[in-house]
Design a protein around this ligand. Structure first.
Ligand SMILES: Nc1ncnc2c1ncn2[C@@H]1O[C@H](COP(=O)(O)OP(=O)(O)O)[C@@H](O)[C@H]1O
Ligand SMILES: [Mg+2]
Length: 354
């Protein structure tokens, strides 16, 4: 199930966001390419530190120094008044200019990983939501207030009207998360970027929030970029999946295909590390080794030191490029190239059908 070009809402091409530190350059996002279809859910998964949040912040044009987006394109398909859509490269817009401000928080909005840190400590939550609505919608302050209360009710905040006067520190972590979601959804965005939106929540609240997001996604035909390290959630929600490792997407494709038949050894390891109902916890597999430090310059495939199928003389020397497989799948792995011929006849045979 690949997205047809005219259904594409956002197309990220060769995005590179680097952090320029005294220790060296950390390539947090390094040649990342993916797209999100209108109304579709893209799950972005990978271990901590692989560049998920920096990718999201790059799209929002909210990367702060010493981080800089140094290359790439972020093509956003924007509806014009004529009813036509035009493609805007967000990286060509001034980050604080009028056009980007009207897109950010209105057409593309984000739920941040740390809800409490993302809400202002000195403004009442009602004022924060109302201000965002006034910025993006042609309504009066009293209409904006009504929309804000309605959104708080939709995210199941009890006594929503009274809670408009609360400050973030007076609310629990779960409540702050719901407020962030209400704020992000208050302008009916075309794309919601949800960065580990339920990590800080207990399982009951998590289930409620996910259900709410799915409901609103269907109702508003909103696309979601859902960032998480929880593959179980992705299996439930996502149409497509992008697996990130050290700033690169190592595999992407339809969620059903990736869960049924993962191709990249990293994806396979991630799926094996999922706890299963039918296995004792002792059997839980973990991915061997740790993510290398971001300043290290590894030769070859960045995953090779941890890869069970690494081919000596190949994977430690050649940098894998994205390879298109059947079913619209893309994988960055030398096992699916001619280099694998001697090492893995089965894989080579599979690849020769492409
Ligand atoms: N403020 C920062 N200063 C320096 N390096 C950063 C900063 N934020 C992120 N990075 C670098 O970017 C990498 C990816 O970070 P991030 O996108 O937050 O990972 P995650 O996948 O856990 O969301 C980190 O491993 C780090 O090297
Ligand atoms: Mg993150």
């Amino acid at each position: 199930m690949t997205v047809q070009p005219n259904d594409t809402l956002l197309e990220v091409k060769d995005l590179q966001t680097h952090f320029f530190m005294a220790e060296g350059v950390a390539k947090a996002v390094d040649s990342t390419t993916f797209s999100i279809g209108r109304g579709k859910v893209l799950g972005v998964v990978g271990e901590s530190g692989c560049g998920k949040s920096v990718t999201a912040r790059s799209i929002m044009r909210m990367v702060r120094p010493p981080g800089h987006t140094v290359d790439g394109e972020i093509l956003y398909s924007r509806a014009a008044e004529t009813g036509q859509t035009t493609s805007v490269d967000l990286l060509q817009l001034p980050a604080t200019g009028a056009e980007m401000r009207s897109i950010r928080g209105g057409e593309i909005s984000m739920i941040f990983q740390e809800p409490r840190a993302s809400l202002s400590p000195v403004h009442r939550i009602g004022d924060q939501i109302t201000e965002n609505i006034l910025l993006h919608q042609p309504v009066t302050p009293s209409e904006a207030e009504l929309i804000a209360i309605d959104m708080l009710q939709q995210v199941h905040i009890p006594l929503a009207e009274q809670r408009m006067g609360a400050f973030a520190h007076q609310l629990s972590g779960g409540m702050c998360q719901r407020v962030m979601i209400a704020m992000a959804l208050s302008c009916h965005p075309n794309l919601l970027i949800a960065d580990e939106p339920t990590t800080a929540l207990d399982v009951t609240t998590e289930a409620q929030i996910l259900e709410l997001m799915q409901g609103l996604q269907a109702e508003l035909d909103m696309a979601i970029m859902f960032i998480t390290h929880d593959l179980g959630v992705v299996a439930d929600m996502a149409d497509e999946v992008a697996v990130m490792y050290l700033g690169k997407i190592v595999e992407r494709g339809a969620a059903a295909d990736i869960f049924r038949d993962p191709k990249h050894p990293y994806t396979i390891a991630l799926l094996e590390s999922l706890p299963r109902m039918d296995q004792k916890r002792d059997w839980l597999q973990t991915i061997r080794g740790v993510v290398p430090d971001p300043y290290s310059t590894l030769n070859g495939c960045p995953f090779h030191p941890r890869c069970a199928d690494s081919m000596p003389g190949v994977c430690d020397e050649i940098v894998p490029q994205p390879i298109s497989l059947e079913d619209g799948r893309e994988v960055r792995c030398l096992l699916y190239t001619e280099h694998a011929t001697q090492e893995s006849p089965q894989l080579a045979e599979e690849t020769s059908h492409q």
